[in-house]
Every structure is written in structure tokens, then in C-alpha cells.
Design a protein around this ligand. Sequence first.
Ligand SMILES: Cc1cc2nc3c(=O)[nH]c(=O)nc-3n(C[C@H](O)[C@H](O)[C@H](O)COP(=O)(O)O)c2cc1C
Length: 200
Amino acid sequence: MFYDSRTNEHGLPHDPFKALVAPRPIGWISSKGPDGVSNLAPYSFFNAISSQPNLVMFSSNGRKDSLTNVAASGEFACSLVSYDLKDAMNRSSAPVGADVSEFELAGLTEAPCKLIDVSYVAEAPGALECRVLEILPLSKYDGIDTGYEMVLGEVLGIHIRDEFIEDGLVVASRLNLLARLGYMDYSSAGDVFSLDRPKS
Ligand SMILES: Cc1cc2nc3c(=O)[nH]c(=O)nc-3n(C[C@H](O)[C@H](O)[C@H](O)COP(=O)(O)O)c2cc1C
């Protein structure tokens, strides 16, 4: 099949776009509100976009609590979501008020970041401490108004729990990170193989 993505007339019961750009990593974004309440929510419009400097992005469909906090404080953490944390991750996506900490809601432990005034998920295999470089409204291209805003962040510090490192390498099969597919579907990235790059 082919359809014009701009009119989005795919004729299917559900929009297939996110099922095609998959798997996507999940950034479990934590931030702190002006009243000191910790906030946590999953974002799968999330990715690493460069290394050294290590940059990440996530994109918010409207002004949600994470974006409001991150815009005000200029910092956020991003915890890694392993398969065993899938239910807590899902719970933390509940649409609750800014006065509710999703750490508590999801039964998770707050661990203090070292370089920013934000908590990350203690149960996670690792986390990135980030400062905001830029917040880009995705509404400035040829009349397109997505309603999304993209947060560009620099990773300042990285936590990795020691049990996920062996012989100097992070063991991906042990991390078993959760990945977002389309619809209500997920996958996990514990099934690992290696490929050497071609020399020419
Ligand atoms: C796996 C998963 C991925 C999500 N990805 C996004 C995303 O990329 N952008 C977004 O705006 N909302 C996304 N959501 C929805 C938010 O997590 C949800 O709206 C949440 O309540 C926002 O919390 P906040 O207001 O504390 O930021 C996702 C939800 C789930 C379960």
C-alpha cells in the first residue's frame, strides 16, 4: 500500500506511522517542579542524537508537566527502562496533576542525581543527567503545526549499575531494555548479536 502521509488517509483502523518507525527507545524523563515535587513520565519520541558531546532529545505533545518543569529548571534526567520495569513505566504515564509524584504512584525509589537537582529511578539499570540546550517548537516548517515541542539536552553525567558491566562492556542482554513499537505494543532488546562493519 501507499498513502499520502500529509492527508494521513491510510484507510487502516489505526495510524501505522509509529508502528513503522520502531522500535523506539523509551526515555523515562524525570524533572522537578517549582514546588519541589518530582515528576516522572515515559517518552518514546526520544533518542540519542550525537556522541561526544552526548546529546539526547525528547518531544512532548503539548505542554505536559515534564516540559513545563524542564523549561523552567533547565534540567532533566532520563532513566533506562528495562523489561522488568515495564509496569512501573506504564503506571508513571498516568495523566495526574503536577502535585503528584509519579515515583510514588509507580512505587519507585528516587535516587538523587549528582550534577542536577533532579531524582532518577533507583531501580533502573542506569540514567542520564541532562541540561537543556534548546527547546524547539515543531511548528515552524511550511505551515506545519504539530503541537509538539522538542527538548534538546546535553548529557552531563551517566549512571550505570555495576552489575550491568562485564569485561569493560555494558551487557545489553542483561539490560534487556524495553522498546516501544506501534499501537499498544512493546518489545525488549535482550536478544543480542554482533556484526562487524565492512572494511571497504
Ligand atoms: C511508552 C510511552 C511512551 C510515550 N511517549 C510520549 C512521547 O514521546 N511524547 C509525549 O508527549 N507523550 C508520550 N507518552 C505519554 C506521556 O507519558 C503521558 O502523557 C504522561 O502523562 C506525561 O506526563 P507529564 O505530564 O508528567 O510529563 C508516552 C507514554 C508511554 C506509555
